[in-house]
Design a protein around this ligand. Structure first.
Ligand code: NAP
Length: 477
């Protein structure tokens, strides 16, 4: 439930105009800022969030219904993300400087001296996620990565936690002002219409989004249909299939069943990385054991009424698939497991399997290992794909290429719900996992979404932008 004393009315047209104008003003100041300055602003936000932790946790727990311990861990992650992006900004790595000296003998034609470096796109609009009220919300990864890149940020509050969003925005604004960030570096807006109006405004130069396929697609289409289309980085829906080979099922059926049940019910199953479908051999015992474990888990209070309604529709639609059998749950917000024959999925080309956000998943049992490959070929793209296999497992080996083309992260003998904020972890994938498969939305690499390359040709080193100059060896150009 949103906190009425904190939730203000939707942003008015006049307020939005002032916010966008200030963001545009701030864009040039941020372009001229150093990575060290931006790192200090990000660290100031992290410190302020940590200082206000108790109050923010109270708000988050009341509005999101997520467990306080899980939210507390999420605040740790959020503060760490801000530090991670601060380090990326101050190291200069985000600039990706490439310097090539002039070469009169270069192939085909003489080459001039060239320095390439990334430059910020300008004000970024962020539609925040409902399921991570800290790590993907007002001061979350999109905010941190855009500021690290040197872009002002306008955040559209998620309706699932308006009170927390408003209070976090106060904390962020206060911290940025105290740390000396330019006015207009950050703003917070509320309401459907203001969000769309901001997305259509020419002063917004890129957009980040985390949410539903329908919502993300509608906003992506608006971004693409502007007279000046802008990059739209949406993280949408993901099935995250898990394939269990016959050898793995023989070796550790109980362990796999327990891990699966825990992974689909972690944080009420409201994770973009929840394994929504498990493909396992018939008669291995995994289905029965996972069903028994899921049936033990209490119904969950989901994030919002909209998500609760969507969960009811999703479980109903999965239970109604040809040959489907409800193994656990199936009513209200009870954790739910549905068994679906491989033939159903193969017959409709995988279209029957859609993400059901919340504590629900499908188990597909196969009779012949050859069916695993056929199922892998019909499933749509995801953020992750997992294999449970054994050493020198020929079935696992046969899946590797397919899984790499299906997802941005392929996992061996683990579960996709644990996500590390670091450089080598890619959190992305082909549509509908994201609207842009080339970048992820976690870690230092996510800042590249808000940057574009500029090449300085025959440019005197001493006249390069201050930040670029600091990372170019004058003798190399
Ligand atoms: P959502 O309904 O897509 O909304 C996300 C944000 O986009 C909200 O701020 C929403 O604003 C805005 N929005 C959506 N459609 C819009 C439109 N047509 N015009 C203008 N603004 C629009 O997502 P949600 O409410 O956070 O969660 C609902 C579903 O999203 C879940 O059931 C799940 O399927 C998915 N989800 C996915 C992830 C993920 O990580 N991939 C995370 C969370 C949720 P308003 O509500 O103010 O309209």
């Amino acid at each position: 439930m949103n906190n009425p004393s904190l939730v203000s009315a939707d942003t008015t047209a006049g307020e939005l105009e002032a916010i966008l104008s200030a963001a545009q003003e701030a864009a040039s100041a941020l372009r001229d800022s150093t990575g060290s300055e931006r790192a200090s602003w990000l660290r100031a936000v992290g410190t302020a969030i940590d200082e206000e932790r108790a109050e923010l946790l109270d708000l988050a727990a009341a509005e999101s219904h997520l467990a306080r311990a899980a939210l507390d861990a999420e605040v740790n992650r959020t503060v760490f993300q801000l530090e991670h992006l601060a380090q990326a900004a101050e190291s200069g790595e985000l600039l990706r400087v490439l310097a090539e000296p002039a070469d009169a003998d270069y192939a085909v034609a003489a080459r001039p001296s060239l320095v390439q470096a990334m430059t910020p796109l300008g004000p970024v609009l962020v539609f925040t996620a409902s399921n991570f009220p800290f790590a993907f919300s007002v001061a979350g990864n999109d905010f941190a990565s855009a500021l690290a890149a040197g872009c002002p940020v306008v955040v559209k509050a998620n309706p699932g936690h308006l009170g927390l969003s408003a209070r976090t925005a106060e904390v962020v604004s206060g911290a940025l002002a105290k740390a000396g960030a330019p006015e207009g570096t950050f703003a917070h807006i509320q309401g459907v219409e203001p969000g769309v109006a901001a997305l259509r405004d020419p002063r917004i130069k890129a957009c980040g989004f985390t949410g539903s396929v329908a919502g993300g697609r509608a906003l992506f289409d608006i971004a693409a249909s502007r007279p000046d289309p802008i990059p739209f980085y949406g993280e949408l829906g993901s099935l995250n299939p898990v394939f269990v080979t016959p050898a793995a099922a023989t070796a550790r059926a109980e362990e796999i069943a327990a891990g699966f049940a825990a992974s689909i019910t972690f944080r009420g199953g409201q994770l973009c990385t929840k394994p929504g479908v498990l493909i396992a051999p018939e008669g291995s015992g995994i289905l029965d054991s996972a069903g028994a474990a899921v049936a033990e888990i209490e119904p969950v209070t989901l994030l919002t009424d909209r998500i609760t309604d969507a969960f009811a529709e999703g479980t109903k639609s999965l239970s109604g698939l040809p040959g489907a059998r409800v193994v656990a749950g199936g009513a209200g917000t009870s954790p739910t497991l549905v068994a679906v024959p491989a033939a159903t999925v193969l017959a409709d080309g995988g279209s029957s399997l859609e993400e059901c956000f919340g504590p629900a998943a499908v188990v597909i049992e196969y009779r012949d290992p050859a069916e695993i490959g056929a199922i892998a070929r019909v499933l749509g793209p995801s953020l992750t794909a997992t294999i449970h296999g054994e050493p020198a497992d020929a079935v696992a080996e046969s899946l590797v290429d397919r899984l790499g083309s299906l997802a941005g992260r392929v996992i061996w003998n683990g579960w996709p719900t644990g996500v590390s904020v670091t450089r080598a972890l890619h959190h992305g994938g082909p549509y509908p996992a994201t609207t842009s498969p080339t970048y992820g939305s976690i870690g230092a690499g996510s800042a590249q979404r808000w940057l574009r390359p500029v090449t300085y040709q025959n440019w005197p080193v001493e006249l390069l932008p201050r930040e670029v100059r600091a990372h170019v060896d004058p003798s190399a150009v």
